[in-house]
Design a protein around this ligand. Structure first.
Ligand code: NDP
Length: 322
């Protein structure tokens, strides 16, 4: 594909002029924008500053965009302006939200724009988004991320990309700004698929650890002592290394990744296995349990680690040291 887009700004413009101006096309992206300054997007967008002539941000609640601009020197703009960038990032709750934004953006997109969607989304929706964007001469990459808000803050996220290799090559200098690892895993939808399965594996490990630690506590072993052994032994996982000590055993449950988003990801993985009729009894069971735990709270109200509270209601054992 041709790797150009007509809309660019100077760095000075980015803080003073809210109107994008037309400049000659360039072989490298010169303007980028970020849609969705939530727990992840807020951090991801800040790493784009100083690498491009223009870094625009947009958020549904516009005050967050203005705060971002004031804090990091980005340019808070309307959605219409944001989607004039050479590379557009989105990081939103679901593919449905992204689809709605794409529909609003379509009349304003310039040919050859690359839309990089970092949402944890639905693979079929990535194919539909790619078809919509292709029809107006643009490209869509599904590029979900892993690494939690701490990885977004430090710019070390793992990015799993589905879509065209040429589009990825064009957008890569922008993705590099917040990535520790970028892997092109296949065609449209492959990135979303890998992300959904990854999070389901995380949920399985976390649920299993909750069971194991509860059995041990029932036999008089404190969870912290058990974790000290497990985390230097073969039963370790990200859940035992980070989630249990940092969120559950200390009863902090910091709200950085909500359980409704985790339930969504597990549901996407189950749709994938159903589509291909792959038997996955463990994935299906844990996805259902995470959905049940999520249903205890309003969307957005509880961290994913609060699945442990749901399990504690079942077991009658609190995963906390005596
Ligand atoms: P948040 O809930 O913190 O932020 C959601 C963002 O989407 C906000 O900017 C919000 O705007 C916006 N938004 C919500 N609904 C709409 C809508 N209908 N139209 C327009 N904008 C909307 O989510 P996260 O940042 O935690 O997650 C974003 C994505 O990243 C999800 O797909 C999640 O699964 C994934 N992810 C999250 C991780 C984490 O640790 N949090 C880790 C890896 C991936 P407003 O401010 O107006 O509410």
């Amino acid at each position: 594909m041709t790797t150009t887009n007509p809309i660019t700004h100077s760095a000075t413009d980015s803080n003073s002029d809210q109107s994008p101006s037309t400049q000659p096309k360039s072989a490298q992206p010169r303007s980028v924008s970020f849609l969705g300054l939530g727990a992840m997007g807020h951090h991801m967008a800040k790493h784009l500053v100083n690498s491009f002539d223009t870094v625009m941000v947009w958020n549904r609640s516009f005050d967050k965009a203005e705060t971002h601009a004031a804090e990091f020197g980005t340019l808070a703009v309307s959605l219409e302006q944001a989607v004039m960038a050479d590379v557009i990032f989105s990081c939103l709750p679901t593919s449905n939200v992204v689809d709605n934004i794409i529909d609003q953006a379509l009349p304003h997109l310039s040919a050859n724009t690359v839309w990089v969607d970092c949402t944890s989304g639905v693979p079929e929706q990535a194919k539909a988004s790619q078809a919509k964007l292709k029809a107006v001469g643009c490209e869509f990459l599904d590029a979900p991320v892993s690494g939690q808000t701490s990885g977004a803050d430090s710019g070390t996220l793992t990015v799993m990309v589905g879509g065209s290799a040429d589009a990825l090559a064009y957008a890569k200098p922008a993705i590099d700004c917040f990535a520790g690892l970028i892997v092109h895993v296949g065609d449209s939808g492959a990135g979303f698929a890998v992300k959904a399965v990854n999070n389901t594996l995380f949920a399985i490990n976390a649920w299993a650890a909750a069971e194991g630690l509860s059995v041990l506590k029932a036999h008089g072993v404190n969870p912290s002592d058990a974790l000290a052994c497990i985390n230097k032994a073969s039963g370790q996982s990200f859940a035992t290394l980070a989630t249990f000590p940092d969120r559950i055993v200390n009863r902090v449950f910091p709200k950085t990744f909500t359980i409704d988003l985790m339930a969504k990801d597990c549901g996407i993985a189950i749709d994938l296995q159903t589509e291909k009729q792959v038997p996955t009894p463990v994935m299906a069971q844990v996805a259902s349990l995470i959905r049940a735990a999520s249903n205890q709270n309003q969307p957005g109200d509880a961290d994913f680690s609060e699945f442990a509270k749901f399990y504690e209601m079942m077991s009658g054992i609190t995963i906390q040291d005596e």
